[in-house]
Design a binder for this molecule. Structure first.
Ligand code: NAD
Ligand code: 4PL
Length: 246
């Protein structure tokens, strides 16, 4: 059956588990050739095998690792068409414990990584001269000002800023650049963290009730990756069952 993403090469960072894995699964179901890149080499390999994709392990906050990743993508696929910036550390840390080491680490993994990977991906897209899609996973904590994640919220705001700026500079090459802001999602990472205790409170604020699932985000990312979304760029699509309005 013809898929909406047939013939497209999609890179999803941090896709060994959680929301990234659901995005990789959905893009593969739509026909894309999916590359999973995660710092967790074994987890990335298992996730890729499950969807008939390719795993290329990389720490996306490391410039040398990102350069090596894109060299391999170039030789193995001819270049990426769809980039999903998803890799992240999702901290739960009180402001009193936020020191410079924590700040630098969170900014590196949640914001600088998006710069490094988008830098390389958009160079590759323009060299191939066939347009492309950049979709970055931000967070509705940027709108809500959620506590216990100050550096994370700052980084996620940075991702929205990068999205807005790049849309203008890359639109002329047929590349759209958008962000998605999920609310609380029951991912592998969240299940293993104190955020797992917040579902009751968050559900109270949601217009539509229920526990956010990775697939709720993956379905929206698949839309933004598709031709149906060709007239959408520079936007931030909020995916949180109506918890916040922006
Ligand atoms: P998760 O912790 O379940 O998975 C994150 C993945 O990123 C892991 O596989 C991890 O190994 C990988 N990763 C971490 N550091 C990396 C690095 N330096 N290089 C490469 N890979 C790295 O997280 P999740 O909840 O699925 O979150 C996915 C995305 O969704 C993140 O961008 C997160 O900020 C965002 N988000 C999550 C929620 C939520 O409630 N779960 C809400 C809003 C936004
Ligand atoms: C509403 O991005 O969006 C907790 C943890 N609660 O990471 C998030 C909400 C978390 C969120 C997030």
């Amino acid at each position: 059956m013809a898929g909406k993403l047939d013939g497209r090469v999609a890179l999803v960072t941090g896709a060994a588990q959680g929301i990234g894995k659901a995005i990789a699964t959905r893009l593969a179901a739509d026909g894309a050739r999916v590359i999973i890149s995660d710092i967790n080499e074994a987890g990335g390999a298992a996730a890729a095998q499950a969807i008939g994709g390719t795993a290329i392990a990389a720490d996306v906050s490391d410039p040398a690792a990102v350069a090596a990743l894109f060299k391999r993508i170039e030789t193995e696929t001819g270049g990426v068409d769809i980039l999903v910036n998803n890799a992240s550390i999702v901290p739960f840390i009180a402001w009193d414990d936020v020191d410079l080491d924590h700040w630098n680490k969170i900014i590196a993994v949640n914001l600088t990584s998006a710069f490094l990977v988008t830098r390389a991906a958009t160079d590759q897209m323009r060299a191939a001269n066939k347009g492309g899609r950049v979709i970055s996973i931000s967070s509705n904590t940027f709108f809500a000002g959620t506590p216990n994640m100050a550096a994370y919220v700052a980084a996620k705001g940075g991702v929205i800023g990068l999205t807005r700026a790049l849309a203008t500079e890359l639109g002329t090459y047929g590349i759209t650049v958008n962000a998605v802001t999920p609310g609380l999602i029951e991912s592998d990472g969240v299940k293993a963290s104190p955020h797992n205790q917040a579902f009751e409170f968050v559900e109270m604020l949601q217009a539509v009730k229920g526990k956010g699932q990775p697939e709720h985000v993956a379905d929206v990312v698949a839309f933004l990756a598709s031709d149906d979304a060709r007239w959408i760029t520079g936007q931030t699509l909020n995916v949180d069952a109506g918890m916040v309005r922006h």
